[in-house]
Design a protein around this ligand. Sequence first.
Ligand code: FMN
Length: 323
Amino acid sequence: MSMADDLTEIILAPLRGVTGLPFRQSFCAHMTGLDRAVAPFIATVAGERVKPELLKSLDPAAQPAGLPLIPQVIGKDPHQLRVMLRAMKALGYCDVDLNAGCPWPFVAKKGRGSGLLRDDCALAAMLEAGCDELGPGHFSLKVRLGLDDASLLPHRMPTINAFPLRELCIHPRTAKQMYAGTVDLDGFERCLGLSALPVVYNGDIRTPGDLFRLRDRFPSVTRWMLGRGIVADPFLAESIRAGRDVWEKGRFLAWHADTLGRYAAESSGDHALLGHLKELWSYTVTALQNGDRLWSMLKVSRTRAEFERILSLFPIRRREGVD
Ligand SMILES: Cc1cc2nc3c(=O)[nH]c(=O)nc-3n(C[C@H](O)[C@H](O)[C@H](O)COP(=O)(O)O)c2cc1C
């Protein structure tokens, strides 16, 4: 089954430390199938000015052509949000997303990320500031179902529906689940039914079959966000569009070499580079045959040369049974 004829958008998820500028650049140099990307979050700052350094990864001149980018902000202070949005507008961005999903306790406890869902007034104040600053249809929200359980988001839907947001992206887990356990599709369905906004589905799409099954269950959803699935298998969006797995070793290795080069160019040394590579490959191995064995070797490598040597000796093959 192909998605080519459908009115469907495939969106790259924000993964801080993973889907930053080097990943997006090498993706666009070797892969296709994504319609747009949401950038990993940038935190609001105190004061009236945002240091350019903070927005370096959003430099319009460095962004790959063909992958429109939506910056994302995390914070809880409406004035600080306005300051950040003005700085992003000054770079030429018309659309910005607000993070109300980050599950880390040190973030949520301060009322940021998923913690913003706890306080209806604080959430409303942020949505009001964002919609006012950017105009109707240019501010969006990314959420989880709740903090400890999935009952919170349904309660927040009237507040969210009251603002002219571009879309609502739902990752149907609670913050307590972090990134583990299963997605709660009944919880997603409940909020989808309550939403007056276009809804983006996000969570655990790792194969074309995963997306097709979700599309069968939620035919009204036309926006799909891919995170760990496309980091593990950079062919995923293309495979979804083709309706079959199009993974190919030559292109995969060229993509990897390019990504490594881009990370190396922006890393301060071998140690920092190795950190980036290990984070990326902790996902990549899940799409490969004997990925566990490969990961057990890669994760203990101590230099870039060692990391590359392991990869050059390992028989890289696509995992079997991808639907
Ligand atoms: C390492 C990591 C970093 C993430 N950073 C962000 C972020 O900056 N902003 C955000 O909204 N979500 C972030 N997320 C959540 C993802 O965007 C996504 O919602 C989640 O991984 C579920 O989708 P997936 O199963 O397709 O990966 C992050 C997730 C991971 C694993």
